[in-house]
Write a protein that binds this ligand. Structure first.
Ligand code: C5P
Length: 438
């Protein structure tokens, strides 16, 4: 994919850490993918990991001895643990269990893997994997934030069916997705001076507000106008932003989704309520993402009592009036006193043309365009594809095409691009169009 042009794993010295979770069986495939991408891979396993997968498997796949113990004189006689820490240009822990995260967040060095992490100052990535309740526990979330503050990049977790039968966040990303994420994060940090901590630290300084889901426009005390938006894309964006360490406010219409860990959620019903919450949140937000499917119209009069079926009339006339355009209201604020504004455009034809028109008309900084005519993608689905557009040079808009992929992964790409564009416009304000100068 085009966004991977800069980063490569060719010749990269990767230390793959495996801790004791059921997802450890996937680490064998991950080791293969890393090798296939040209990386040199050495594996360190915790004691728990060895209950799920044999060191010999990883040894056969990497062609290198697998290290499991800090106090193994034979292994230390080869490459000692400090040499191994120095050797590694990148540490990737997959799966990273709740226990391992807790130990690393405390700076413990009570086994080989944690010791290596403490003794290495290169680039650090981990793919958390655990039961959804463990992931959601405030202690784990606090550990995740702390680790991000230390410079760890968290890849995932994904949400869905779990080995224990639960459903929710905590699944390890699939090995292919881990490699893709790794390449993307390396691309993002390639031009930054101080290596691994930079991207996480940047995001950790940001406040990101996201609107999600549908709105409900009341007709009377029991009826409303709404749409089929599931809120999945907005919630995935909130999760991705929180994983990057940002402070995240999620303004959600009525949806059947759980709040991603670490996200501050405000529930609203109507477009007017959403506008009020958005305006309040936008005041101190760095990025505002309007992902909600806001109803364009609402009833001019909301009946005080249930509208009765008339026995004489075959038709009922409702008069609708236009709802405020929330994102346009946020974007119309004066130069520099508004966040970086990202909108969405769901189209069934002429995707780029209509999206560019919305980008300009609503005075947005970036737009995420979806072709909703493609089967299995978009509304209600777990997958989506997108075309990201922003104000580029005079000659052409900036663009990034993202192929069909799970909304969780796509969301990470969108958040990373928004953060990158925010930094770019802060550094080169002239890159934005004349109407949208920040
Ligand atoms: O409905 P439309 O295609 O114009 O939506 C494009 C963008 O504007 C989306 O980001 C959507 O969240 C936002 N929007 C809004 N308030 C509206 C209508 C749309 O914030 N009333």
């Amino acid at each position: 994919m085009s966004q991977h042009t800069q980063a490569s794993l060719m010749g990269k010295r990767i230390l793959l850490g495996i801790s004791g979770g059921i997802a450890a069986y996937k680490s064998a495939h991950l080791a293969r993918l890393l090798k296939k991408a040209g990386a040199e891979v050495r594996v360190v396993m915790t004691e728990g990991a060895q209950a799920f997968i044999a060191p010999l498997t990883l040894q056969a796949l990497t062609g290198e001895p697998v290290r499991t113990s800090l106090l193994d004189p034979e292994a230390e006689a080869g490459m000692g643990h400090i040499e191994l820490a120095r050797w590694a240009e990148l540490i990737l822990i997959a799966p990273a269990t709740a226990d391992l995260m807790a130990r690393l967040a405390q700076g413990q060095a009570d086994d080989l893997l944690t010791t290596l992490c403490l003794a290495n100052d290169a680039q650090w990535f981990m793919a958390p994997a655990m039961n959804q309740a463990m992931w959601r526990h405030p202690a784990t979330l606090e550990n995740a934030r702390r680790l991000q503050g230390y410079g760890w990049h968290l890849l995932g977790p994904d949400a869905g069916d779990q080995a224990c039968g639960d459903v929710g966040p905590g699944r390890m990303l699939e090995p292919e997705a881990i490699v893709n994420e790794l390449l993307d994060r390396l691309t993002d940090t390639a031009s930054k001076p101080s290596g691994s901590a930079q991207q996480a630290t940047d995001a950790a300084e940001l406040t990101i507000t996201i609107t999600a889901g549908p709105t409900r426009e009341p007709l009377d005390p029991v009826r409303y106008l709404s749409n089929h938006s599931s809120g999945k894309m907005g919630f995935a964006l909130a999760q991705a932003a929180a994983e990057r360490g940002a402070r995240v406010r999620l303004i959600s219409g009525p949806v059947a989704l759980e709040t991603p860990p670490g996200v501050e959620r405000v529930d609203v019903e109507s477009a007017q309520e959403m506008l009020a919450a958005a305006q309040k949140a936008a005041v101190d937000s760095d990025i505002f993402i309007g992902c909600a499917a806001v109803a364009d119209y609402r009833a001019e009069q909301v009946a005080e009592h249930k509208i009765k079926k008339s026995s004489d009339e075959d038709a009922l006339t409702l008069r609708l009036i236009k709802n405020p355009d929330i994102i346009a209201r946020i974007a119309e604020n004066a130069v520099n006193s508004r966040p970086f504004v990202v909108g969405f455009a769901a189209e069934t034809r002429d995707l780029e043309r209509y999206a560019l028109d919305k980008l300009t008309r609503k005075q947005l900084d970036m737009i995420v365009a979806n072709d909703v005519s493609q089967p299995g993608l978009g509304f209600g689905a777990d997958k989506n594809a997108a075309l990201l557009l922003w104000h580029g040079s005079e000659a052409a808009p900036g663009r990034l095409e993202l192929s069909p992929q799970p909304k969780t992964i796509l969301a990470a790409r969108i958040i990373d691009t928004a953060i990158k564009r925010l930094s770019a416009t802060d550094e080169h304000p002239s890159c934005t169009s004349s109407q949208v100068t920040r």
